[in-house]
Design a protein around this ligand. Structure first.
Ligand code: GLU
Length: 393
């Protein structure tokens, strides 16, 4: 899951995009970036790993301006969360700039094909294939809009995108392919806002159009035209959102806890996306630093956590014992140290902490490591203390 924000209109694109991204920051905090088409027709890009505040700092005071732009907060799936993997991604000639939400499932095939044709990749992301594919179309003589549609047709998986180009300085192209995350369009005063979710649009308008699977939008300051990927015209209803900005973030739920509970299926899908290949029976968890020899040697697993994470651990015990036949104990982190737990070099300890900073859980994990266990962490906050003390995450 990531956040996309786009703006085309008479106002300040940077301010609009940064406002949209702050409303979407909950969707990904590995990095943030934006591309804006300046009055001189030149596209400027700023990117920064980490939270949106880093991008804000990288933007400096008023050094950029423009009336058309796209921005992104990233939840990395392909390539580590670094500056150079941050979106937007572009072709080396600077003709096409893309922000992307999702996973290009056939990325390896496209990468090999593009590399064989001489393309040079500047990032580790799957996203970069998109501008390169669009440029192949441009080089073959296709007009920009058609080149984008043809490139999108090549992508397998669930993907949402927003694209700008100096070849069409008044336009943003948006598309939603599958269920990668929303693309919502809303018309404000002399401007159109595009975003992944309602909270980014609601400060500007309550009238919104939600792109459906397979819809492609050519967006200008006056509105948008919808087609499918073959260019056949489509229409889509405009919905009036009655929520206030706080309710917009909460959606139809009464409170945030209820929202989080209902979001669990999507949170799981987002976590497993790109890591579990059900059709091939293959799982890739490179951040776990787990080799096959150690996996076979593990003789016991301790899951250690507090509060709700502890309850999640109880569900985990059932799965590890049933599926992997590894004896598993679940302990409250505040108690674990006082059990004098039995730990040896074949013990794996899995700590679960949303913030990655839960003091009892960290203390338990550190003790387990000192006693020779391999320590893993399931964490929501990248770069937190838990991710730093663990052998794998
Ligand atoms: N697959 C892309 C990446 O790794 C986009 C991930 C996202 O949805 O944030 O950069």
């Amino acid at each position: 899951m990531c956040g996309i924000a786009g703006y085309v209109g008479g106002g300040d694109a940077i301010e609009a995009i940064m406002g949209g991204l702050s409303a979407l920051e909950y969707r990904g905090y590995d990095s943030a970036g934006l591309a804006v088409l300046g009055p001189d027709g030149v596209v400027s890009v700023r990117k920064a790993a980490g939270k949106l505040a880093n991008l804000r700092a990288a933007l400096g005071e008023g050094s950029l301006s423009g009336r058309v732009g796209i921005g992104h907060t990233r939840w990395a799936t392909h390539g580590p969360p670094t500056d150079h993997n941050s979106h937007p991604h572009a072709d080396p000639g600077g003709r096409v700039y893309v922000v992307h939400n999702g996973i290009i499932e056939n990325f390896h095939t496209l990468h090999a094909e593009l590399a064989a044709a001489g393309a040079v990749f500047a990032s580790d992301t799957d996203t970069e294939a998109i501008p390169l594919l669009v440029c192949q179309g441009l080089d073959a003589g296709l007009p920009l809009e058609e080149a984008i549609r043809q490139a999108l047709k090549r992508l397998e998986g669930a993907n949402s995108v927003a694209v700008i180009s100096p070849l069409a300085p008044e336009t943003i192209y948006c598309a939603r392919l599958g269920n990668a995350g929303g693309v919502i369009l809303g018309r404000g005063d002399g401007a159109v806002f595009a975003a992944s979710d309602v909270p980014a649009i609601i400060p500007h308008t309550r009238e919104m159009t939600f792109l459906e699977n397979g819809q492609f939008a050519v967006v200008t300051a006056g509105g948008w035209e919808l087609t499918d990927l073959d260019g056949a015209p489509l229409t889509a209803p405009v919905h009036t959102i009655a929520w206030d900005p706080v309710s917009a973030v909460k959606g139809p739920y009464r409170h945030f806890m209820q929202k989080e509970i209902h979001e669990q299926p999507q949170a799981l899908i987002d976590t497993l996306r790109g890591r579990v290949h059900l059709d091939e029976g293959r799982v890739e968890l490179p951040q776990m630093n787990l080799d096959a020899a150690f996996a076979r040697r593990i003789s016991r697993l301790h899951i250690v956590a507090c509060g709700t994470s502890y309850y999640a651990g109880l569900a985990g015990k059932f799965m590890f014992e049933t599926l992997a036949r590894i004896p598993t104990e679940v302990s409250a982190a505040s108690e674990y140290r006082y059990y004098d737990p039995i730990i040896d070099a074949n013990t794996a300890v899995l700590i679960i902490t949303q913030s990655g900073e839960t003091a009892d859980t960290l203390a338990a994990g550190e003790m387990a490591r000192e006693r020779g266990a391999t320590l893993w962490a399931i964490v929501n906050a990248l770069g937190s203390q838990a991710t730093r003390i663990a052998d794998g995450c």
